[in-house]
Design a protein around this ligand. Structure first.
Ligand SMILES: [Zn+2]
Length: 80
């Protein structure tokens, strides 16, 4: 059976994780600069705050850094 050869190219492309979606931008951790703390919309402007920093308590979202060596709580504020 050699039907597998007929698998269209599009299916292979799906597996590639190098193609980042253009409609997103990635926020990085301000402490360890881990590049993917969270994804935001392309037109969303955000600022990140670390604990104790001015603005942290007024953040809109809080995320925990996925970097196991960091795990910092990051406040994220949507500016526009
Ligand atoms: Zn981090």
């Amino acid at each position: 059976m050699k039907t597998e050869i007929l698998i269209p190219e599009a299916k292979r492309k799906k597996k590639s994780s190098r193609d980042r979606p253009h409609y997103r931008q990635q926020l990085s951790c301000p402490i360890c600069h881990f590049t993917r703390l969270i994804d935001s919309g392309q037109n969303t402007r955000s600022e990140t705050y670390v604990v104790g920093e001015t603005g942290y308590l007024n953040a809109d979202y809080y995320a925990k850094c996925p970097n196991s060596k960091c795990k910092a709580d990051i406040g994220i504020r949507k500016i526009e």
